[in-house]
Design a protein around this ligand. Structure first.
Ligand code: IPD
Ligand code: CA
Ligand code: CA
Length: 266
């Protein structure tokens, strides 16, 4: 059994996010930002790598026995431990390099593959969200006090606002029909994008967010924040597994109905 409580792990993740914010903000909207293309043809900047290195150093020093998975540096640790830190140093790199403020550093701790702690820090939006199992979900705006957050109480699809995020992801995955069915049955549909849509579900401003074509590091930190806020989180097909390549966050009241649409629509 771990000697570290969820509160200890959350404190470490928050401290790592604070370090990360200093590194990322120093590179945001800088003319000399260095951009290259990864083998998967997605862009990466010097900021992505520097942020991940900063977080890894912090975690490695405090939790030397834990495994780490990060988008830019891969797996490290390889121990028998059931604990793995999952890092997306900049979620929304494509926006970051264009100067859009919608990007965040995401840090999660998974135990036996289940996310237990999540921190999402969006310094250009001046907001951070966090949660640990059993401790509720929280946000802090600018220098304000921490605020406990909760999902909406919208219980009918015709009153719901959905964010489908990355439209090409739905089309490439062959889910055009189920997306049209979902959008057609909801009150409003928007593409908010990246981490932000899921955080807006946790805060009750959106009711449904989901997309295809994701990796575990795109998902892990979002999960505990949504569930601790009273929402439901799964793959779009309903399984509770961050490795299946998709994410669906809802206020929980609408979850089964959305999964049924996805499963039945294509
Ligand atoms: C991206 C974001 C985005 C999703 C893309 C991801 P990145 O992550 O999570 O919301 O639609 O599929 O690649 O590359 O900016 O960390
Ligand atoms: Ca990401
Ligand atoms: Ca990233």
């Amino acid at each position: 059994m771990s000697v570290f409580s969820p509160g200890d792990d959350l404190s470490l993740a928050l401290a790592a996010a604070a370090d990360a914010d200093l590194v990322s903000m120093a590179r945001f909207r800088q003319a000399d930002l260095h951009i290259t293309t990864k083998p998967d043809r997605t862009p990466v900047t010097d900021a992505d790598r520097a942020v991940e290195d900063t977080i890894r150093a912090k975690i490695r020093a405090a939790r030397p026995d834990d495994n780490i998975l990060g988008e830019e540096r891969g797996h490290s640790g390889g121990t028998e431990s059931s604990r793995e830190w999952v890092i997306d140093p900049i979620d929304g790199t494509a926006g970051f390099l264009r100067g859009l403020p919608i990007w965040a550093t995401m840090i999660a701790l998974t135990v036996d593959g289940i996310p237990q702690v999540g921190v999402v820090s969006a310094p250009a939006l001046r907001q951070r969200w966090w949660a640990a199992a059993g401790q509720g979900a929280w946000t802090r705006r600018a220098a304000g006090p921490p605020e406990k957050i909760h999902v909406s109480g919208v219980s009918a699809l015709e009153d719901a606002v959905v964010s489908y995020n990355n439209l090409p992801g739905w089309l490439d995955a062959g889910h055009h029909a189920s997306l049209m069915e979902l959008v057609g049955r909801c009150w409003r549909a928007r593409a908010v994008g990246d981490f932000w849509a899921y955080m807006l579900v946790a805060e009750g401003q959106l009711d449904i967010a989901g997309e295809w074509d994701l990796q575990p590091y795109d998902i892990a930190a979002l999960w505990p924040i949504v569930t601790e806020a009273g929402g439901a989180f799964s793959a779009l097909t309903g399984e509770h597994d961050i490795s299946l390549g998709s994410a669906l966050a809802t206020n929980s009241l609408l979850h089964d109905e959305v999964v049924a649409i996805i499963r039945g629509g294509d």
